[in-house]
Structures are given as structure tokens and as C-alpha cells.
Write a protein that binds this ligand. Structure first.
Ligand code: SAM
Length: 274
């Protein structure tokens, strides 16, 4: 496994250890933007607390009963549970994540749903059979990869012909170098982003067709500052002597140049029928 991936995984273990607050990307429409109230009302507190998504990848999907859904970087399992409701008892939902602590949370949260299976692995080399998946979903994960093309290639490999990918992910342009080099900002899904056009090009190169941006959610500097501070408690604890409010306003100023250039996009693509 790449050192970078190990570092990202460590940041998520630290986030769990520190009891990080939910950082499902806040887009001004509430904490769980993109989800129905009924989606989040039914799940456990710790699943909400440790959800780190940036949208609801299933929102525009037409997942049918009996189908197989694969969630890349499933985290604590919110989207696994929602997918399980859609595929029903005869379907399958597979969650892959690199982080053992996340998988432990997901196992606890999904234990009453036998159609959900968890596998430890990386999205750049999926522990999943080729040509076996109807829907690949992912929520705020591919941006974290240093080898996004391998992740795109893997999506194309595991999808059945006619299968679809629907991901919520952070994309952006002209991200300042300081944001790119901070491991904590990267782990908060801001530092490793590529642009929408690079995303779509990567999907096409992998052999996926019809790449499209279905929706966008924008952040203001205040929201990004919250995402960064929630995602990186250990990094920020070094600055806490200044007081949290001062810290937050400082962070808000620092991230302002990033805010206009970064957003959450819901991106779809398909594997064509032969
Ligand atoms: C931003 S969180 C999103 C988690 C979940 N999708 C959600 O919506 O709450 C990113 C997740 O991806 C996992 N992850 C990061 N890089 C990964 C990689 N290369 N392969 C597999 N999982 C990865 C992390 O362990 C973490 O659980």
C-alpha cells in the first residue's frame, strides 16, 4: 500500500479516536445536504458522527431490488445502509475501505443487514471480482487517492456491462500549494482534488462512457474551515491555545482563496454494453 494511503488512513483513525464531529459537507442546507431527513433519522448517532461524506451518491441512482452495489471508501456505513434498503434482501452491498477502525464501525452499524459485506482494501486495487457490480458508489473518497486513474480503471473493471458509477466527490481548480502539501487538509478532502474535466477525462480513459456532472454543491470559507477543523483535530489541537473561535476565524481567512475553487460534484458514468 502507498505511504500516502497509509497516512490518509491514519488521519481517519485519529478522527475516530478524537470523536470528530460529523463533517458531511455542509452546503448551507444543513449538515446532511443531499440526504432526505428520513435517511438520517433512522441511523445511529455514531454513524452520523463518523460520516465524512460530501453528498449523497445514491440520490440520483435507480438502484433496483436484487442488484449489487459497491461503495468505495464506505467509512462508517451510512451509504451502505441506504443502498441495502434499495437492493432489498435479494441484493448485495459491498463496502471497501482501507481503514480497520472505519470497518469496525461499519460492521457494528450494518450488523442487522446480512446483504452488506465489508472488505478491507484499497480503491486502486479493489478486492472485488471483475464484471460483478451493477452500481459503484462513493462518497468523498476518490479525491483522497494519489492514483486516481487506477481507481477509475478499477471501477471500469468491476462494473458489469451497462453498470453505472455515481459518486459524490470534491473537485476543484487552482488549489494553492499549501493546501496540496498539508496531510490534514488532504485528509479533509480538499488537498488532493482534481478538476471536473480531469475527472471526466480519467473516467473516459478507463473506458467508462457518458461521464457527466449531475449536480454541484458549493462551500463558503466558513464551511471549509469547519470541514478542515473537524477532519483534522490532531493537527489543529496544536493551535488550540489561541482559543477555538480565533482559530476558526483564522482558518476561515486562510481557506478563503480555496473556497471559490472547490466544490462537491455528483458525477456519473457507465460501462457501455458490448
Ligand atoms: C471522507 S471519508 C468518507 C467515508 C464515507 N464514504 C462517508 O461518506 O462517510 C473517506 C474514507 O475513505 C477511506 N479511504 C481513503 N483512501 C482510501 C483508499 N485509497 N482506498 C480505500 N479506502 C480509502 C478512508 O479510510 C475513509 O473511511
Amino acid at each position: 500500500m502507498q505511504k500516502h494511503t497509509q497516512n490518509v488512513s491514519k488521519e481517519y483513525s485519529k478522527a475516530i479516536e478524537d470523536g470528530a464531529k460529523t463533517i458531511v459537507a455542509n452546503t448551507g442546507k444543513g449538515k446532511f445536504a443531499g440526504y432526505e431527513r428520513s435517511d438520517v433519522d433512522q441511523v445511529s448517532e455514531d454513524m452520523l458522527q463518523y460520516s465524512f461524506g460530501c453528498g449523497n451518491p445514491l440520490a440520483f441512482s435507480q438502484v433496483q431490488p436484487g442488484q449489487t452495489v459497491l461503495d468505495l471508501g464506505c467509512g462508517a456505513g451510512l451509504d451502505l445502509l441506504l443502498a441495502a434498503q434499495k437492493v432489498g434482501k435479494d441484493g448485495r452491498v459491498i463496502g471497501v475501505d482501507i481503514n480497520e477502525d472505519m470497518l469496525e464501525l461499519a460492521a457494528k452499524n450494518c450488523q442487522e443487514h446480512p446483504q452488506i459485506e465489508l472488505r478491507q482494501g484499497v480503491i486502486e486495487n479493489l478486492p472485488v471480482e471483475s464484471n460483478s457490480i451493477d452500481w459503484v458508489i462513493s462518497n468523498c473518497v476518490i479525491n483522497l487517492s494519489e492514483d486516481k486513474q487506477s481507481a477509475f480503471n478499477e471501477i471500469a473493471r468491476v462494473l458489469k456491462p451497462g453498470g453505472k458509477m455515481l459518486v459524490s466527490d470534491i473537485v476543484g481548480e487552482n488549489i494553492p500549494a499549501w493546501a496540496r502539501y498539508s496531510g490534514a487538509v488532504k485528509a479533509a478532502c480538499a488537498g488532493g482534488v482534481i478538476s471536473e474535466s480531469q475527472y471526466l477525462e480519467g473516467l473516459e480513459k478507463a473506458g467508462l462512457t457518458g461521464g457527466n456532472v449531475l449536480a454541484r454543491q458549493y462551500y463558503d470559507a466558513n464551511q471549509i474551515a469547519t470541514i478542515v477543523s473537524d477532519a483534522a483535530p490532531t493537527f489543529l489541537s496544536k493551535l488550540r491555545c489561541c482559543g477555538n473561535n480565533i482559530l476558526h476565524s483564522l482558518l476561515t481567512r486562510i481557506v478563503r482563496p480555496v473556497a471559490q475553487n472547490i466544490w462537491s460534484a455528483k458525477i456519473s458514468a457507465s460501462l457501455a454494453q458490448p
